[in-house]
Write a protein that binds this ligand. Structure first.
Ligand SMILES: *[C@@H]1O[C@H](CO)[C@@H](O)[C@H](O)[C@H]1NC(C)=O
Ligand SMILES: *[C@@H]1O[C@H](CO)[C@@H](O)[C@H](O)[C@H]1NC(C)=O
Ligand SMILES: *[C@@H]1O[C@H](CO)[C@@H](O)[C@H](O)[C@H]1NC(C)=O
Length: 381
């Protein structure tokens, strides 16, 4: 027989050998997202906590600290959030939209990156980390953070990216991947995967504009920032990025448009979600009264209430009042006029719990329908 005692002994020895044991060892992981908005940090947060719970040692370089402190997570904030916030929210997004400059990225004043990288490379903790850090993996925020590649090169450790939005060719080219602009809409263009000829041309131009501006402006700019601090012998962004190993993309084909992927670009949409907790009573009551479901309306943390024109907020109120659904509006500004009975305005919302309990109600409803169908069937026999 194949599974004789000898085989079992060999298996037992193999299981105790150092190779097997080393597989279970924890790793030292460095997260580099010194520039990030709150919503970007949320995506990284679950990855940090998930890895920490699996006993890996984590070092996080981010502008804000985690809500909970974990024993095996060390946090460094070389660039304070206050420096970044004016840049992220520079200008009035409603005005910019009217001017046709909807893309945040293009109208940004990039001085904060210069100031930020200077602060980061002068930070004593970061200097110490570059000299003595022994990491197994570096995870970098793929958006606006390429000035950290100097650290990646110094540490000579594999690096990977996490991108918190649908990636563009400029981000996936280094993985040997190409998103055809004929049916993959550029993240900054408001197109779907079904574009007419004019839209396809514009989408093509948008992709190539991003590729060109990155090649001509950003790569030299970002390379210079770390070369100023670490020496001109440090290779440029592209050279270091040739070693990149993996991209985790915060999308899911059911919520964005389908796109061709290679195995080193992995969709992880929903990574930051968790099981919902019970809602506060007022929200629970408001939502369970509705018979037609509800709409959660939030403009995130970048749009400032003072920027929304009165005409726009009036329009929202007017439209919401005509809906048969309940509307929960995350808003901390004044509203012109009375708030309709089907609308609830709140400064802060437990968004995941609301959406999570919605799904539960949804499933329950279906379950009830199913139970009815079964009962009807049984009664009719
Ligand atoms: C993680 O940190 C602990 C405590 O500092 C240390 O004992 C352990 O060796 C570290 N693990 C790795 C993989 O470096
Ligand atoms: C960009 O921001 C810096 C301060 O961070 C300021 O000194 C500079 O004037 C700004 N440039 C433009 C073009 O607004
Ligand atoms: C790429 O990785 C190899 C192997 O780890 C390393 O020797 C090389 O220096 C890295 N290239 C850059 C530009 O950092």
């Amino acid at each position: 027989m194949f599974y004789n005692t000898k085989t079992l002994h060999i298996v037992a020895v193999l299981m105790l050998s150092p190779t097997m044991i080393s597989i279970c060892e924890s790793a030292n992981i460095l997260f580099l997202l010194p520039i990030a908005t709150k919503s970007h940090i949320n995506i990284f947060h679950s990855l940090v906590v998930g890895l920490a719970e699996r006993d890996h040692n984590i070092t996080v370089v981010a502008p804000l600290k985690l809500k909970e402190s974990l024993p095996n997570v060390r946090e460094i904030s070389p660039i304070p959030f206050e420096i970044l916030n004016p840049a992220f929210s520079s200008g009035n997004p409603f005005e910019r939209r009217k001017e046709g400059k909807a893309g945040l990225f293009l109208s940004w004043n990039s001085t904060f990156m210069e100031v930020g990288s200077d602060m980061m490379y002068r930070n004593e903790e970061i200097k110490h980390l570059m000299e003595t850090g022994t990491f197994d993996l570096i995870i970098v925020n793929a958006f606006m953070n390429h000035f950290v590649l100097g650290i990646v090169h110094k540490l000579q450790v594999p690096h990977m990216y996490v991108i918190t939005m649908p990636a563009m060719n400029v981000q996936v080219g280094k993985f040997g991947l190409y998103f055809p602009p004929s049916f993959v809409p550029c993240s900054f263009a408001a197109f779907s995967d079904r574009m007419n000829f004019k839209e396809r041309v514009l989408n093509f131009i948008a992709e190539y504009f991003m590729l060109t501006i990155t090649r001509v402006q950003w790569v030299p700019y970002l390379s210079k920032m770390y070369q100023d601090h670490l020496g001109s012998d440090v290779p440029d962004v592209d050279e270091i990025d040739k070693n990149v190993t993996l991209l985790l993309m915060n999308t899911h084909f059911s919520l964005t448009y389908p796109r061709p992927l290679l195995p080193d670009v992995v969709e992880v949409g929903g990574l930051h979600t968790r099981p919902s907790k019970p809602l506060p009573n007022d929200l629970e009551d408001f939502l369970s009264e509705g018979k037609n479901g509800f709409i959660l309306f939030s403009l995130g943390s970048i749009v400032q209430p003072k920027d929304m024109p009165v005409a726009t907020s009036k329009m929202f109120l007017n439209v919401f009042s005509k809906l048969k659904q309940k509307v929960i509006w995350k808003w901390d500004g004044d509203l012109p006029g009375e708030i309709p009975a089907n609308v609830k305005v709140a400064k802060w919302l437990p968004q995941q719990d609301i959406l999570g309990s919605f799904l539960l109600i949804y499933l329950n409803t279906h379950f009830v329908h199913f139970a009815h169908a079964v009962l009807n069937y049984l009664c009719s026999r």
